[in-house]
Write a protein that binds this ligand. Sequence first.
Ligand code: FES
Length: 166
Amino acid sequence: MAKVCEDNLCEEMSEIEKFALLDEVINDYDKKESNLIQILHITQAIFGFLPATVQSFIAEKMDLPISKIGGVVTFYTYFTTEPKGKYIISVCLGTACYVRGGKNIMVKLKELLGIDVGETTEDMKFTLQVVRCMGACSLAPAIRINEKVYKSVNPNKLQQILKQYK
Ligand code: FES
């Protein structure tokens, strides 16, 4: 079975190496349509996102129509066709966070980063997105940066939090 991106190895790989690895992955999964979602998960881990060129490659290798790949990619919100930043900032706008100031957190983050929801900063460092509850309602409002959750966030603390990722 192909080894995929241990220790962030994929970030160091050239495009040619990434496609060679993807080829190996598709073969490991016997080119079966029933394995398509799993293959797409691994593909996104390799490339960071699923651009049209990568989708075409998978379609050709698996002998599937490109529309089949595109349909799966657009159906699952986990998949993205745009490159994302190194740090994904998820702002919770679930009920508890919303009523306790989640909206102000979002406004401040947009201002600090100069981007809108779904966008990525030019230096490819931060992507801003919305989530609906991350299980920290008692300490709302909450945000998450990659895997780390910040609770009881105050808009005035945001700059300091972001500094840790600069
Ligand atoms: S609503 Fe935000 S953590 Fe639950």
